[in-house]
Design a protein. Structure first.
Lengths: 362, 375
């Protein structure tokens, strides 16, 4: 016992020393910069995944099978993973639910629905090729079933909102519980995993209620109550567009059962660029109003914040700071750059004006 | 003696200059709008090639006792170091690839194979040199503060030795840049060596030098075992070749004849169009093959680079014909020439200006540069 305790720090120290030596040999680069040339998925590398296959699912959805790097710590059904994909040369991050069953050294799958004007989703469904290496984050999210699994469960989903639930069903949620799934999609052909769901339902795994909204219109809370009379007695997980989630949350809250409802919002912040907005400098903890014509650098300095700066004309990149969320507009081109929470899009503050509320790390 | 009494922009009205600015903005906007996958693939390919070349050359140098290995390894390492400094380091640190949002290829995270720390170089180069290009007294790149490279710079007996200073600077160019970024001469002369900001920056340079020297002159020679001394000589030679090459390329950018300089007063209240015009007149290109352009980091398109310092370097060659046509249309001289011609021209200027000359307008100090408010 004691020997293990003493040996561990010693190997750690040796490893540390070797790494430092390797770093001294490769400076100013890191050893990983060379190792990435050989194996970008090796253990110890920044987490990445290689696309193994792209399988069409419906006319506008496809399933991507990925081999995650060796640093992948696995996922719990219902969790999502952030994917960093280069679209037109620009790295874009988006979150997608993992739809595969967890397993050691297994590839993972995500199912993506191409949304109109969706830069990343369209790229993933229509253009990406097997062999491409994408960036990954570890799985996260608390839209998961508790242990032990509740006896009665209701899933309310729409569109690609089925994806986290599919992972739970594939992992066998219905084996320990009485499950009802109410799923909405425009038509029967648009139901992602339609054949698989109907198969399982036919085998009696769970009760499936399909709602085809092109013909029947969007599902209302009252209709849901009629379809599943005991819905308030079930622990409920809902995932889908904002309209559906808002209706469901209001219904459960009105009946004082909000604690039995779990929701997952797919696109929590849709940034609609406007003219100007409140700029929050997160480390300095300063919030200031900025108009749509004044560079954030100038507005911040006018508010007394000491900002990094340089040429003040957009050429030297001495003023670059991470935009954590919100939208800014490039005053030279009018191009809008947006960031969702968790992003760190680097922007030039000397030529960027606020286009809505934004958080900048400084 | 170069005649500097003429004004190369006397024929342009302020409206012309604003129109010129708009046309250049349009070129820039078009490139920005079309940046994409092809450009990203280009820089990633250059970076991968450079890393493989460096790794391969260092591996060959493990056997540098064997003369063919010494020659191949040294040549490869010199080429890798040149690529790293020019097409990759210089351009990444300019923010040319920041639009990809790849934290591994970004001006804020990149560190380069040079003794000057990236952040100090970004300040002196991107902020001072590119903003105040060729403005006497503001742009220290004009002779790096040790040489006289313009008729309008005041002569001092020290300048008699400048051909020698320039040669020594060329051999140890990366150290020259580090000293220059630190403004070492000025800070020591003004007794600012105790200033905490200066000391912190000097310590950062010291740390960078230690890391670079440890790698090139201790660790890699040690890894070569019996080839220790020959690997040390090989690395020194590769650094020397890299230094001479980068120094030559950079001299060609602003020193050859035909390049204009500007007075401090001429840039007060400068418009965007006037700033563009100063970049056009203050830079010179090098003509040559595709390989030459890559090895110069596309600084062979110095004019295009100075107009648009943050556009991806692979695009300079593409917009060059258009930029050149613009020069012709506005009656301006597009200064260019082969590498030997431009290097010779720059060296001749340094030799010539080591001696005093008659100033074009001797009465007022630093005034005869083209005033940018034509009319």
């Amino acid at each position: 016992m004691t020997s293990t305790v003493t040996r561990l720090p010693r190997t750690a120290a040796l490893r540390d020393r070797l790494l430092r030596l390797a770093g001294a040999v490769t400076t100013p680069l890191l050893p990983e910069d060379y190792l990435d040339l050989i194996d970008p998925l090796r253990s110890g590398a920044a987490l990445r995944g290689r696309i193994l296959a792209v399988t069409p699912q419906t006319r506008d959805a496809a399933t991507l099978t990925l081999r995650p790097g060796r640093g992948w710590r696995g996922h719990t059904p219902g969790q999502y993973v952030r994917l960093g994909v280069d679209v037109d040369g620009v790295r874009q991050w988006r979150a997608y639910s993992v739809t595969s069953v967890p397993g050691r050294d297994q590839p993972i799958t995500v199912t993506v629905k191409a949304i109109p004007d969706g830069v990343v989703s369209t790229h993933l469904v229509r253009r990406i090729r097997p062999g491409t290496v994408v960036q990954l984050d570890q799985a996260q999210g608390d839209f998961v079933l508790p242990r032990p699994v509740p006896r009665r469960i209701l899933f309310v989903t729409a569109g690609s909102g089925i994806t986290p639930v599919m992972a739970m069903l594939r992992a066998g949620a219905h084996r320990d519980a009485d499950v009802v799934l109410v799923h909405s999609a425009p038509t029967a052909a648009d139901v992602i995993f339609g054949a698989e769901l109907r198969d399982l339902a036919a085998q009696g795994a769970f009760r499936l209620v399909e709602r085809h909204t092109d013909a029947a219109g969007p599902l209302t809370a009252d209709q849901l109550a009629a379809l599943v009379p005991d819905h308030l007695d079930r622990r409920t997980w809902a995932c889908g567009p904002l309209g559906l989630l808002d209706a469901v949350e209001a219904h459960w809250a009105a009946h004082d059962r909000a604690d039995r409802l779990h929701t997952e919002r797919f696109r929590p912040t849709v940034v609609a660029p406007g003219e100007g907005g409140e700029v929050t400098l997160t480390r300095t903890a300063v919030t200031l109003p900025a108009d749509g014509a004044t560079p954030i650098l100038d507005a911040s300095e006018a508010a007394g914040v000491l900002m990094p700066s340089g040429c003040r004309m957009g050429i030297c990149y001495g003023c670059v700071l991470p935009l954590r969320q919100g939208a800014v507009r490039d005053l030279r081109t009018g191009a809008v750059t947006t960031a969702a929470p968790g992003d760190g899009v680097l922007i030039q503050t000397c030529v960027s004006a606020a286009a809505g509320a934004c958080d900048i790390e400084h | 003696m170069q005649n500097k009494s003429h004004n190369p922009i006397a024929h342009l009205t302020p409206a012309d200059i604003e129109q010129l600015g708009k046309e250049l903005d349009a070129i820039r906007d078009r490139v920005v709008a079309s940046r994409g996958e092809r450009d990203a693939a280009y820089i990633r390919r250059v970076i991968a090639t450079q890393r493989k070349l460096e790794l391969g050359s260092r591996a060959v140098l493990l056997f540098s006792l064997f003369p063919p290995a010494w020659v191949v390894g040294t040549a490869g390492l010199a080429a890798a170091k040149i690529l790293e400094n020019m097409e990759i380091g210089h351009n990444v640190l300019h923010g040319q690839w920041d639009w990809m949002r790849d934290p591994k290829i970004h001006s804020t995270t990149w560190e380069w194979d040079s003794v000057s720390p990236a952040d100090q170089w970004k300040h002196s180069h991107n902020e001072l040199h590119h903003t105040y290009t060729n403005v006497i007294g503001k742009d220290n790149d004009l002779g790096y503060g040790i040489m006289r490279v313009d008729e309008d710079q005041r002569w001092h007996p020290m300048h008699l030795g400048q051909p020698l200073w320039n040669f020594v600077n060329a051999c140890f160019f990366e150290y020259g840049i580090a000293a220059y970024d630190l403004e070492l001469g000025r800070n020591l002369k003004k007794g600012r060596h105790r200033d905490p900001g200066f000391r912190a920056r000097a310590r950062a340079v010291g740390r960078k030098i230690r890391r670079q020297v440890l790698k090139d002159y201790v660790l890699h020679p040690l890894l070569s075992g019996p080839s220790f001394l020959s690997t040390l000589a090989a690395t020194f030679t590769a650094n020397l070749i890299r230094n001479l090459w980068t120094h030559s390329v950079i001299m060609c950018g602003h020193f050859p004849s035909g390049v204009e300089t500007f007075a401090k007063t001429s840039i007060e209240g400068e418009t965007r169009g006037e700033w563009y015009l100063r970049q056009m007149l203050g830079s010179a290109n090098i003509s040559g093959s595709r390989l030459l352009h890559v090895m110069t980091g596309n600084l062979s398109f110095q004019i295009e680079h100075h107009l648009f310092p943050d556009l991806p370097s692979n695009r300079y060659q593409e917009i060059a014909p258009e930029v050149r046509a613009l020069f012709a249309r506005y009656g301006l001289t597009y200064t260019t020439g082969s590498l030997p011609k431009q290097v010779a021209s720059a060296w001749w200027k340094i030799i010539r200006l080591s001696l005093p000359n008659r100033r074009a307008t001797p009465a007022v100090e630093q005034s005869p540069a083209p005033a940018l408010t034509a009319g």
